[in-house]
Ligand binder design. Structure first.
Ligand code: C2E
Ligand code: MG
Ligand code: MG
Ligand code: MG
Length: 272
């Protein structure tokens, strides 16, 4: 038949496609089982006050380390988002992190929230119920979101943010300086904090990059919004950020994501 000629090609193409789908389906399956068994863990990366140099909070980061080797959140978060597992995963991370942070008394807690979670009409009520049940002070909690969320369904997002801000939960605009993040979003949604993406921080090595960073921090401050710099890896970056008046620092130079027990030890040693 006429189709016969292109058959070899079509078969290869289909095989690759099937392979990708199979891999994603396989990972989704494993992720679902990992969630059921409580195998998604949470690591905590310390957040430092830039001037005092003290640990003032932590960011909770989901970790999945099956025996076959660590899977990056950059891989499993999108799979969770596409498969509808993200609501369960997100609430599980939030619950684990809150229970851990309660032991620290004063440290602030930041938790990442996916666009998909924010679009779920039950989200604010679920968070409020968890806060009520655990007795965790809402003022200690910051939810980190990227702007993609807000663009796709701004009214729903605004309502969810408003409901949670009303009880004292704070919101940080994550990864500012990469992708969509804009000044408009900072104002429209009433963000309490800006997190500068590590791509902007690594740009500090040239003059143009350092001017962009300084301008970004000034801009946030003009709007009365404190700034956290992500991905601080070198003493030079740390010095430059302190000088521009950046409020909080986060990065491998100061502390990698670690266990709750290691955070407690870090706090003890930084207080001493
Ligand atoms: P993020 O929220 O921007 O988190 C910061 C990421 O940068 C973390 O990667 C952290 O390990 C990494 N990082 C911190 N300091 C440095 C540094 O100095 N150098 C470098 N090269 N990297 C640094 P991680 O844990 O792989 O997480 C990646 C992303 O996955 C997060 O980016 C966040 O968007 C997402 N994610 C992680 N956990 C969750 C979660 O529980 N829920 C949701 N929705 N997303 C999550
Ligand atoms: Mg974050
Ligand atoms: Mg970030
Ligand atoms: Mg990021």
């Amino acid at each position: 038949t006429a189709k016969e000629g292109g058959r070899g090609q079509a078969v290869t193409f289909t095989a690759n496609l099937d392979n990708d789908r199979l891999m994603a389906a396989e990972l989704e399956d494993r992720l679902r089982r990992a969630l059921e068994r409580g195998e998604i863990q949470v690591a905590y990366q310390p957040l430092f006050d830039a001037q005092a140099g003290r640990v003032v909070g932590v960011e909770a980061l989901a970790q999945w380390v099956p025996i076959t080797g660590r899977v990056s959140p950059e891989i499993f978060i999108p799979i969770a988002e596409r498969s509808g597992l993200i609501d369960q995963l997100g609430m599980q991370v939030l619950k684990t992190a809150i229970e851990q942070a309660q032991k620290w008394k004063t440290l602030a807690l930041s938790v990442n929230v996916s666009p998909i979670q924010l679009r779920n009409p039950n989200f604010p009520a679920d968070v409020i119920r968890l806060l009520d049940k655990t007795g965790f002070d809402p003022h200690r909690l910051t939810l980190e979101i990227t702007e993609g969320v807000l663009m796709s369904n701004p009214d729903q997002a605004r309502r969810a943010i408003e409901a949670l801000r009303n009880i004292g939960v704070k919101f940080a605009l994550d990864d500012f300086g990469c992708g969509y993040a804009s000044i408009g979003a900072l104002r429209t949604f009433g963000f309490d904090r800006m997190k500068i993406d590590r791509s902007l921080v690594s740009g500090l090595k040239n003059r143009e990059g350092s001017e962009v960073l300084t301008a970004t921090i000034s801009l946030a401050h003009a709007l009365n919004i404190p700034v956290t710099a992500e991905g601080v890896e070198t003493p030079e970056q740390m010095a430059a950020l302190k000088q521009t008046g950046c409020d909080q620092l986060q990065g491998f130079l100061l502390g990698r994501p670690m266990s709750g027990a290691d955070i407690a030890a870090l706090v003890r040693s930084s207080a001493a």
